[in-house]
Design a protein around this ligand. Structure first.
Ligand SMILES: Nc1nc2c(ncn2[C@@H]2O[C@H](COP(=O)(O)OP(=O)(O)OP(=O)(O)O)[C@@H](O)[C@H]2O)c(=O)[nH]1
Ligand SMILES: [Mg+2]
Length: 314
């Protein structure tokens, strides 16, 4: 943890043997990183979908018990970037490695190692060669019979191997116990009840983006950004308005749907889930706008909420 972290918070009341630290959760898109963090925390703090490249920036899932606080860093799946958004995502993933006390590398056990996995192994050894690595082969609930994972482990022989299912929770307790073993002694950085470093505004935008991804196909899930342009609590309800950005006119038509049917469905699903999280009824107003090729334009990326670093800065 850096000393200038604005969220730094020190609670007096924790035992002397208290452990804490940062666990970077990394891996290819769709490996199950966000699902695993939600499972370990016992609540959904990050969106997860069947489409790769769902997570776009680094965010924390905070696990707290009387003796331990773990800051799980959810990261975008590592892939060869094809545009400015992809570069931004890669930077967030590799940056997380350098700050970690433990690296939790997830691979999809149903697939052979990919060339990007080699890149991940090389990046770990380049940026964090002293940091313990747990290699979790995920989705074993989908496997039948006996499997040989020597090719996976050969990428980073010093890693400790776990076979888990983030979805069912199989062996995730064992993985968590090992993470805790590896953490140094340290204080509690966040209040005990805090589970995420993101505010409700960001989480609402993510939930809306998740519902767009789940209700669309092809390029659209990748082309969508969501901006919350109004958020207020009034008369015991939460009133939110948001803009869904897409990259082309044709995409706008698809997201809106025939007679507005699709955007209505997206709105209903998002409103329900946001209401569950904020604990009040929610009024949600959605609009769809075209922002041509925003994913390859830094100024437009900033406009839709991706805070790009200045050159050479994280
Ligand atoms: N069967 C099965 N599916 C899983 C498991 N873990 C995750 N999934 C599914 O895999 C898909 C991807 O999960 P995510 O958690 O979004 O993956 P991610 O690694 O965060 O992906 P990115 O954010 O794109 O990098 C979702 O449909 C999950 O439900 C698992 O253990 N078993
Ligand atoms: Mg994710």
């Amino acid at each position: 943890m850096s000393d200038n972290d604005s969220s730094l918070y020190l609670e007096e009341d924790f035992p002397e043997h208290h452990r804490s630290g940062v666990v970077a959760v990394v891996g290819r898109p769709n490996a199950g990183k966000s699902t695993l963090i939600n499972t370990l925390l016992g609540q959904k703090i990050a969106i997860a979908t069947p489409k790769p490249q769902t997570t776009r920036r680094r965010q924390l899932g905070i696990y707290t018990t009387p003796d331990v606080q773990i800051l799980f860093t959810d990261t975008p799946g590592v892939h060869q970037p094809h545009n400015k958004l992809g570069e931004y995502m890669l930077k967030h993933a590799t940056g997380a490695l350098q700050d970690a006390d433990v690296i939790l590398w997830l691979m999809d056990a149903t697939q052979p190692p990919h060339q990007v996995d080699q890149m991940i192994a090389d990046t770990i050894e380049g940026a964090a060669s002293q940091t313990p690595v747990l290699l979790a082969l995920n989705k074993v609930d989908l496997l039948q019979g006996v499997h040989d994972f020597s090719a996976h482990l050969a990428l980073l022989p010093r890693a400790e191997l776990f076979k888990i299912s983030a979805l069912t929770g199989y062996q995730t307790d064992a993985l968590l116990a090992r993470v805790i073993d590896l953490l140094p002694l340290g204080p509690r950085y966040y209040p005990t009840e805090q589970v995420s470093d993101q505010n409700m505004r960001f989480i609402a935008a993510e939930i809306i983006r998740e519902k767009v991804i789940l209700n669309t196909e092809k390029e659209i899930p990748y082309s969508v950004a969501v901006e919350i342009d109004g958020y207020k609590e009034e008369d015991n309800r939460t009133v939110i308005s948001a803009i869904i950005y897409v990259e082309r006119d044709s995409q706008k038509g698809i997201v809106v749907g025939k007679g507005g049917a699709k955007i209505k469905e997206i709105g209903t699903q998002a409103r329900r889930e946001i209401a569950e999280q904020v604990g009040t009824p929610v009024h949600l107003d959605l609009r769809v706008k075209v922002l041509k090729d925003w994913r390859d334009n830094e100024a437009l990326m900033r406009r839709v909420g991706y805070r790009l670093p200045k050159k050479d800065e994280d």
